[in-house]
Design a protein around this ligand. Sequence first.
Ligand SMILES: [Zn+2]
Ligand SMILES: [Zn+2]
Length: 190
Amino acid sequence: MKTELSPSRTTNSKNRDLLNMKKPNNFKLRETLPVTAPCVLIRGCEYHVDLGTDHHHRIHRVNKNKECSCGAPFCEAIDAVRLYLQAGGARAPDPSGLPPCPICGEKTYRDTNWDGKITRDLGWRCSSGGLSHFLQVKTERIRKQFLKNPWLFPPAPGYPGVRRDELMTWETCERIHQQVFLTTGYDPRN
Ligand SMILES: [Zn+2]
Ligand SMILES: [Zn+2]
């Protein structure tokens, strides 16, 4: 009897080995099926987070300063990017070609929301001073352009010309300053 049992045991253990070899695949399937983790993709220097079809606002863009395009300070897309990076996900490239902040010298990164529609200047934010440093540079540049070239249409024989300040007064500049103060709480005149 003993001699008959032993071969069956070995086949049993062999079968068990085969089962064990198949297990990892089964585990993988089980792990991936119930997970509805947001999908994180690198787009440019940002992360595009797809929160899935059950979200009304599905695609969120999270920048390298952990801010989401939807404006919610604790958006779950920001969390999704954090988890994605903790799990070893690839990092979005640092914005290249952007010079450091002219105000404080810190790194800057692109903010397409502030691209100049007429001037075609690229919008950016400072990693230290945020949007206020961008606006400070922008208002300063408007003022310098103004001083450097006061003529919108320079005078010509028989034509007095039109100065920029006849169209864009210091009041306009003041209003821009006010706008900066209202949007950022930062007073560039100080
Ligand atoms: Zn969001
Ligand atoms: Zn700065």
